[in-house]
Design a binder for this molecule. Structure first.
Ligand code: PLP
Length: 390
C-alpha cells in the first residue's frame, strides 16, 4: 500500500472533526463551549509567563544566537538534572536533544531510529497523530488496545507481536485517558519486552511519551517506564506545564543505560539537521534554564477534574478513572462516538470523539474552562446521557 493510501483515511477523520469544530464556532460564536483541543482559557500558574517576559526584556543579542543542534548546553544540563531526579537514572546533557515540542521529538525518533522494514506497536487509545507520523514516514503500525480500565494489556501486546516489531510507543501519563500506569504494570511490560526481544533477536525500542508528566493532579507522580527498561527514549513537551503549547519547546532523552547510547545521540542530532527541525527558539531554551526545576500549580486543575468527574458519574456516564492530564475520558451512551459528538455540537459543546485516538466508543473532554461555562457543558452532556437526543 502506498503512503498516500494509508495517510488519506487518517487525515480525513482529523479534517472532518476540524470541519465540525469550525462550523460549530461559526454557528454559535462566543456561546460555544470548546472542550476539544487542550487550550486552557485561564492561566493556572503565571510564573512561566513572568519569566518569559523578564527574559524578553533583558536578553542580550548574543543569547539569541543559533544554538547547537541538540540545544544550548546549559538548558540541556538542566533537563538532564531534572530527569536524573525524576527517572532515578544519571542522564548526561548529551543524552538530551532539545526539540520544537513533542511532535518534532516524536518525528525525529521515528525517522532516525527505525527503518521502513520495522513494525511499530502503538498502545491505544493513543495520542491522535502517532499513526499519522508513522504512516507519513512509511513505517508499519500495529495498534493494540488497552484493557477495559485503559491499563496495559500485556496478553494483547504479546499476541500482536511479530518478528519485525522493533518499537513500542506509549504515553505515561496516558493521553487521552489521563491514566498513570503503576510501577508493577511498567515492570511487567519491561520483562515482557525483554523476553520478546530475546526471542526476536534484539530488544525493541520503547518510545516513552511523557508529555503530561507534570500534569498529575491526584495521587503520586507518574513513574517513568524508563526506570524499568534501558532500551528507551523519552519525549517531553513544556507546552503543558508552562501552559504555552504554541511556544513549541520539548526534548528527547536517550536512556543512559541504552547499549548504543552514543549511536542514538549521533543519529538524533544529525536528524535535527537533516530534517530542518532545528532547535526550539533560543528564548524558550533560556526559559528552560530560568525555570528549572518547575512544578506547575495543579490545584485549579484538580478542582475542575473532581467537579467534572463527579457530575458525569452522577449523570450515569462510565468515566475512566484517572489522575493526570486535563482530560476526562468517558464512554458514550451510543456506540457511535462521532454521532454523539455531533449531538453535543448541536448544543454548542465541542468534545472529541475517541475515534481520533484510535478506538471507538468514547469522548474526551479537555477541561479548558470552569465556572458556569463548564456547568453548562455538563448540563448538555447530562441531558444527552440517556443516548436520546436532548
Ligand atoms: C501525548 C502527546 N504527545 C505529543 C503531543 C504534542 O506535543 P507538542 O504540542 O509539544 O508538539 C501532545 C499534545 O497534546 C500529546 O498529548
Amino acid at each position: 500500500m502506498n503512503r498516500e493510501t494509508v495517510l488519506a483515511p487518517l487525515a480525513t477523520q482529523l479534517q472532518q472533526f476540524d470541519q465540525l469544530h469550525t462550523a460549530t464556532l461559526r454557528r454559535f460564536g462566543a456561546r460555544t463551549i470548546d472542550l476539544s483541543y487542550p487550550n486552557p482559557r485561564t492561566l493556572a500558574d503565571d510564573r512561566p509567563y513572568r519569566a518569559l517576559a523578564d527574559l524578553a526584556a533583558t536578553v542580550a543579542p548574543d543569547a539569541l544566537r543559533y544554538s547547537p543542534f541538540g540545544g544550548f548546553t546549559v538548558a540541556r544540563r538542566h533537563v538532564a538534572s531534572v530527569l536524573t531526579q525524576h527517572h532515578g537514572i544519571p542522564y548526561h546533557y548529551r543524552d538530551v536533544i532539545l526539540t520544537p515540542g513533542a511532535a518534532a521529538a516524536l518525528n525525529l525518533a521515528f525517522t532516525s531510529l527505525f527503518t521502513p522494514a520495522d513494525r511499530i506497536m502503538l498502545i491505544t487509545p493513543c495520542w491522535m497523530d502517532y499513526p499519522l507520523y508513522l504512516a507519513h514516514l512509511g513505517l508499519h503500525r500495529d495498534l493494540v488496545g488497552s484493557d477495559p480500565d485503559k491499563r496495559l494489556d500485556l496478553d494483547a501486546i504479546e499476541r500482536a507481536w511479530t518478528p519485525d516489531t522493533r518499537g513500542v510507543v506509549l504515553s505515561q501519563p496516558v493521553s487521552p485517558t489521563g491514566v498513570c500506569y503503576r510501577p508493577d504494570e511498567l515492570g511487567a511490560l519491561a520483562v515482557l519486552l525483554a523476553r520478546l526481544g530475546v526471542a526476536h533477536g534484539r530488544p525493541p525500542l520503547l518510545i516513552n511519551d511523557e508529555t503530561h508528566r507534570d500534569q498529575v493532579w491526584a495521587g503520586p507522580q507518574a513513574v517513568s517506564p524508563a526506570r524499568f527498561y534501558p532500551h528507551s527514549v523519552s519525549v517531553y513537551s513544556y507546552g503543558k506545564s508552562w501552559q504555552m503549547q504554541g511556544q513549541r519547546t520539548g526534548y528527547l532523552a536517550i536512556h543512559p543505560g541504552h547499549p548504543q547510547r552514543g549511536l542514538l545521540r549521533d543519529r538524533l542530532t544529525l536528524a535535527m539537521r537533516v530534517t530542518g527541525y532545528c532547535a526550539p527558539t533560543a528564548l524558550t531554551q533560556h526559559l528552560i534554564s530560568a525555570l528549572s526545576p518547575f512544578t506547575p500549580d495543579l490545584g485549579p486543575l484538580a478542582d475542575l477534574q473532581q467537579h467534572a468527574r463527579s457530575r458525569l458519574s452522577k449523570a450515569g456516564y462510565d468515566v475512566i478513572d484517572a489522575t493526570a492530564t486535563p482530560f476526562v475520558y468517558v464512554r458514550t451512551p451510543i456506540a457511535d462516538d462521532t454521532a454523539f459528538v455531533r449531538r453535543a455540537a448541536d448544543h454548542a459543546v465541542l468534545v472529541m470523539p475517541s475515534r481520533l485516538f484510535h478506538e471507538p466508543g468514547y469522548i474526551r473532554l479537555a477541561l479548558n474552562l470552569g465556572g458556569p461555562d463548564l456547568d453548562e457543558a455538563l448540563d448538555v452532556l447530562t441531558a444527552l446521557a440517556g443516548g436520546e437526543d436532548a
